[in-house]
Design a protein around this ligand. Sequence first.
Ligand code: CP3
Length: 346
Amino acid sequence: MTGKQRFLAAAHREPVDRTPVWFMRQAGRCLPEYRALRTRHDFMTIAHTPELAVEATLMPVDRLGVDGAVLFADIMLPLEGMGVPFEIKPGVGPVIANPVRTAEDIERIRVVGPEEGTPYVLEALSLLRRELGDRGAVLGFAGAPFTLACYLIDGRPTKEYPLAKSMMIGAPDLWHALMTKLTDITIAYLRGQIAAGADVVQLFDSWLGLCSPDQYREFVAPHTSRIFAALKGLAPTIHFSTGTVQLLDQIAATGCDMVSVDWRLPLDVAWETIGADRGIQGNLDPATLLAPWEAVALQVDRILAQAAGRAGHIFNLGHGILPQTDPDQLARIVERVHSSTVAPRQ
Ligand code: CP3
């Protein structure tokens, strides 16, 4: 099978010749060739220039042998079309000068499609689809409404997103109005990405672990479900979050095809909670990669044993690569997952 066939078969829970592998944040975190590119261009320039974005996207594919290529972009990019300027501050992360806090702020958010808001993302995806060929699946992505709302309301990275959560709990009408707009934008964005060349799309709900089961049911899940319903049949969908052991059953019920899980539960236990009718992605702790190779190999083997050759597993980390990771560890993981999951020839 080609990397693309392998990835798509797993995403459809069909048999594969080897378990497909990719790594979250493979494109921008630890590769020296990316660092070299970054000395010549800043982050926004790379993201806005399709040729440069595709160059960065392909770096880990060439070097690591992964089966998927995640577009070099960021979950914050659609904010430009919404009319909410932001900046990526080195060492801090995304910062919004005028956060969204009032009914008027929410009213002002423009709901535009990606053709108007982020045309360079669509162009990059078409170029990537052509250049990648069958080597791997093209992964498009978007930030989920909850995680985007955390940034929009608090305005900068925090641990707890207290302003976002207090709007959610104390002003549910405002909250749902904002979430409805973000959901509309996300649906148009992901549909546009699929039309432009994404084979699979992942919804990043990075801060979802802050929600209790009741909060998720009332304030988040209906919006997430609407996104997956709108994408049904267009391309396989992956839901990503971390720290969400308390939500996994509800996440599986939102209608995604695959659930990305972190290391806080063994993969087989998580899969039981999600149910056999969903695929699973994960779930190596990214900190493992800083340990000696023998310790890494032990953990990789444990995850593969827990997956037990069942159809519908995509090997990944439980969260993004840490910046100090040695890329050779990643290449060795790809080799080990591929070589130890070879299916017997029919
Ligand atoms: O594999 C890839 O790196 C693909 C591209 C990608 C980026 N961001 C590039 C980026 C992806 C998939 C993301 C997703 C993203 N962005 C998430 C969800 C994943 C997760 O980790 O939970 C979140 C929460 C963000 C928001 C964001 N953007 C943060 C917190 C930061 C700062 C720190 C960092 O590197 O994560 C960014 C900036 C950012 N996004 C950079 C890159 C390569 C660093 C900018 C630089 O090079 O100066």
